[in-house]
Write a protein that binds this ligand. Structure first.
Ligand code: AMP
Ligand code: ZN
Ligand code: FE
Ligand code: FE
Length: 282
């Protein structure tokens, strides 16, 4: 079976592999396609697409936008136009809001005597700086053993250096993905820890704004969970998608295309998504 990975982060946001490296890893893992779905930016796509030229690997432009409903909810967008003029001002707002939050986090760390310079972080990590980058610095400073450990100790909500940020609404996130020509998809539905009734409420709310798909295969989801999500997707007329949420060393237990080992996302999911996006089927 041809398999793919439709949920991948690069150095354009909080992954640790460059887009070109993702292409190399995808070839190694014998994947037929990858979607680059960085948080709040589509800037990783160009490098990945260039690196994939003449390799036979299909690269899909994507994005992952953080929103709030009962709690955190993430919306994926596939086949967005990375250069869309609709997207730019909205993403600029998100990055500016992140900047304000990040400066506060850097100040809290500096007040504890840690050598954290936010301008240097920007220079090193690019436009979309997030808590995983702070976590990485804390590891380098010897204050934590790994990024997940640094989250646990310092940057998770309620911890010493945590500062919150603002979020686009679900409606707006779905709307801008559509305006940018993309297909909006509800990411990792079990990560929100909702019961069946609340998950349905979330899905129905998203549907009103034009949701078109749901991530049914995801790192750590077992076959029983996948069957439940596939049935739910079918019931609501949503396209199933799937991916690992690969972040390189920032989520060291996750392998590209394979998750913790058992993940396998069929190419057929992408064929339907592509049709939906109006790119026709190959
Ligand atoms: P931010 O958007 O900057 O607040 O950072 C949130 C991102 O941090 C999420 O999208 C995840 O990719 C990552 N993250 C959240 N919790 C953890 C954790 N415990 N370990 C590693 N990464 C995490
Ligand atoms: Zn991330
Ligand atoms: Fe997510
Ligand atoms: Fe993600």
């Amino acid at each position: 079976m041809k398999t793919i990975d439709l949920h991948v982060h690069t150095t354009a946001s909080d992954g640790t592999c460059r887009p070109a490296e993702i292409v190399r890893l995808a070839a190694e893992a014998e994947l037929a396609a990858v979607a680059i779905t960085d948080h709040d930016t589509a800037e990783g796509y160009t490098e990945a697409a260039a690196a994939a030229r003449e390799t036979g690997l299909e690269v899909v432009p994507g994005i992952e936008i953080s929103t709030r409903f009962f709690g955190a909810v993430h919306i994926l967008g596939y086949y967005i136009d990375p250069l869309s003029p609709e997207l730019r001002p909205v993403l600029d707002w998100v990055v500016q809001d992140r900047d304000e939050r990040n400066r506060k986090m850097a100040e809290l760390m500096a007040a504890d005597g840690l050598p954290v310079d936010y301008e240097q972080m920007h220079a090193r990590f690019g436009a979309v700086v997030g808590r995983p980058h702070f976590a990485q610095l804390l590891v380098e400073l010897g204050l934590a053993e790994s990024v997940p450990d640094a989250f646990d100790r310092y940057v998770e909500k309620g911890r010493k250096y945590y500062v919150g940020r603002h979020f686009l609404s679900i409606e707006r996130s779905i709307e801008i993905i559509r305006l940018a020509g993309g297909v909006p998809v509800l990411a990792h539905p079990f990560q929100y820890k909702l019961d069946d009734a609340r998950l349905r409420e979330l899905i129905e709310h998203c549907l009103e704004s034009g949701l078109r798909g749901m991530e049914c295969r995801y790192t750590g989801y077992d076959e029983e969970q996948v069957s439940y999500l596939l049935a739910l997707a079918e019931e609501y007329g949503l396209l199933p998608t799937g991916g690992s949420d690969f972040h390189g060393a920032n989520k060291p237990h996750i392998r590209l295309g394979r998750g913790r080992g058992a993940l396998a996302v069929p190419y057929e999911y992408l064929a339907k998504l592509k049709e939906e996006a109006g790119h026709g089927s190959l």
